[in-house]
Ligand binder design. Structure first.
Ligand SMILES: C[S@@+](CC[C@H](N)C(=O)[O-])C[C@H]1O[C@@H](n2cnc3c(N)ncnc32)[C@H](O)[C@@H]1O
Length: 221
């Protein structure tokens, strides 16, 4: 029987074993521990095409591919090393409904799709490009299709400050994350942007008991 990896510590242990090498496993273990990927599953359809932009090591698309075998998934990231690791993990998990590509979100081909996700990515994309990308994404969703935009809230302040320190370390100092600047927006500004694009929009806080102010915006066409 296929475990669904819905989240939690033991699911995380199963997932990190798919990755080759200690460095990748450490990174993936940390990421799995910091964000409850399984909390996104209630917002995704059973079938159709899903595109994950800025997939990193591919944790979210792997979980999605396992939990929703009826979905076909395209996952894209500009970091070729992370994509190589994500492909290795998908092979190890025997998942055939997922394809990984190297590229930026701005340049990615977006066919008509049922789900587009951006999990902690847009804050690395300049504001003007964010707007263009979101407009293109909204236009590619089929009727009833959803955009999942995971960003960080500005509240509470202590969580937002902690997030900025960590981002400074991983993007600017240690260069673990691909990117050169930060382009944060307040939750209300993201919400207004998605509404302006004609999407029925709501927000869900995912930070109870966690140090980061995780905020999910769902936009439905
Ligand atoms: C914080 S990581 C999140 C990775 C993954 N979505 C996750 O939740 O584990 C940010 C990711 O955004 C990617 N990224 C940076 N700039 C990007 C861009 N312009 N287009 C797409 N992805 C980008 C980085 O390579 C990195 O993998």
């Amino acid at each position: 029987m296929r475990p669904a990896w819905p989240g939690g510590l033991w699911a995380g242990v199963d997932v990190l074993r798919l990755y080759p090498g200690t460095a990748a496993r450490l990174h993936v273990a940390l990421r799995w521990g910091l964000f409850p990927f399984g909390a996104l599953l209630p917002f995704v359809p059973e079938s159709g095409l899903a595109v994950d932009l800025g997939c990193g090591h591919g944790l979210w698309p792997l979980l999605l591919a396992r939990a929703r075998p009826g979905l076909h998934i395209h996952a894209i990231d500009p970091d070729a090393d992370k994509i190589a690791l994500a492909r290795a993990a998908a092979r190890a998990a025997n998942l055939s409904n997922i394809q990984f590509f190297v590229g930026t979100a701005e340049e990615a081909a977006l066919p008509p799709c049922h789900l587009i996700s951006l999990v902690d990515v847009l804050y690395l994309v300049p504001w003007r490009l964010q707007e263009q990308l979101l407009a293109r994404a909204a236009g590619c969703l089929v009727r009833g299709g959803r955009l999942l935009l995971k960003e960080m809230s500005e509240r509470p302040r202590w969580k937002a400050r902690w997030n900025r320190v960590q981002e400074f370390l991983s993007v600017r100092l240690l260069r673990i994350t691909w990117g050169s600047g930060f382009y944060f927006r307040e939750g209300a500004a993201w919400e207004a942007l998605l509404r302006h694009l004609g999407l029925r929009t709501w927000t869900v806080r995912l930070d109870a008991g966690r140090p980061h102010p995780h905020l999910l915006l769902v936009g439905e066409r």
